[in-house]
Design a binder for this molecule. Sequence first.
Ligand SMILES: Cc1cc2nc3c(=O)[nH]c(=O)nc-3n(C[C@H](O)[C@H](O)[C@H](O)COP(=O)(O)OP(=O)(O)OC[C@H]3O[C@@H](n4cnc5c(N)ncnc54)[C@H](O)[C@@H]3O)c2cc1C
Length: 357
Amino acid sequence: MIIECDVLVVGAGPAGSSAAFFSKFLDADNKRKICLLERLDNRKYLHYHEMCGEGVSEDLFRDISPIKPSYIVEKIKKVREYWPRDIEIETTMNGYIIDRPRFLNGIVNQYVKLGGKHIQNSLVDFAEKEREIKVKLCDGEFLKTKYLIAADGANSSIRKKLGIKGRVKPLIQYVVDEEPEHDTMIFEYDEKWEGDYKWVFPHGETTKVGFPFLKHRDREKIERKILVKQTRIVGFGGIGNNVHGNILLVGDAACHSNPITKGGIRPGMVSGKMAAEAINIDNPLEYDEKWKRSDFSSPLFLQAFNRLKDMDNRELAWHMKPFRKGFSFFSTIKSLLFYRKYLEIYKAYDLSNKVGW
Ligand SMILES: Cc1cc2nc3c(=O)[nH]c(=O)nc-3n(C[C@H](O)[C@H](O)[C@H](O)COP(=O)(O)OP(=O)(O)OC[C@H]3O[C@@H](n4cnc5c(N)ncnc54)[C@H](O)[C@@H]3O)c2cc1C
């Protein structure tokens, strides 16, 4: 038997659960048949979605209203950055560490209550013909849909089948047996992270420590007892066109994680919502246009990441000097001229304060 639906969302991560929820939420007359496909069973799903710092800003919930924060593990009030040469910067942040798998499950449950269908199965292939998409599942069953939302993560088989290349990066994270500094997200910058950083996030009684996995680097020493080791990839920096016929790519499948923060929950959930809105008015290209107009896809982020990647510790420290306490930008003409070359990076930092998490 072939299941038929109007919208098929593949993947129930942040992007897919948001896309599925808003597809049903906007379908006021409950006329559209929406299916959400997730390949992992409950246990594996929990394991997969725990592999995350689980940090989000409060602004996320303004973007995805009426979805509310739930399963909050920590309330975040500040961010502390350590840069080379003892530069320390502390700023305020309103955010949360959430229990991500349970938070996502809650959204999927709301979607099901609104009349959506949740199927545990895996997409293995698909073909688009005259605006109808036929999807093959791993048990040999087929599914037909008018619209396909690809929310299948950074390794997206849908993106690959469409022949679209994406920038991906493996991240490694350790859950360590250490009482964290509650309410604070800590970032440590160093040339060895090649444009990225090491993060230390609170998580209840434990601390999550993570950094990019770089094969040519020595193993980073973890001083505390390691409880769990996690590795997963993120997709960042965008893919050009997010819509191909009636296929809409969202979240990490479309490499939507922010290039400098690598935060991907908020862009994923926002792009999932935008895709649902565009489908609701039968105009998938509206999603692509809206995403490209948004700050989330600003080219400043990738440009800044590419410059940071090439900086050594001396320059990393130097370019952060204007943000140090007591620094007077206007003290010398020389400093004005020198820091001008970092203007685009500073603009990216400013924008990432707005949409980076
Ligand atoms: C170690 C680490 C820490 C991170 N920390 C943070 C953080 O603190 N804050 C933040 O904002 N971001 C963080 N990120 C980034 C964030 O996790 C990702 O950007 C986000 O998960 C992307 O969401 P997504 O829904 O697009 O994809 P995913 O979360 O990868 O979800 C994809 C879903 O699709 C399913 N799927 C895949 N293929 C198929 C298929 N063929 N059929 C059916 N289902 C399929 C998968 O099982 C999965 O459930 C972190 C990433 C890593 C790796």
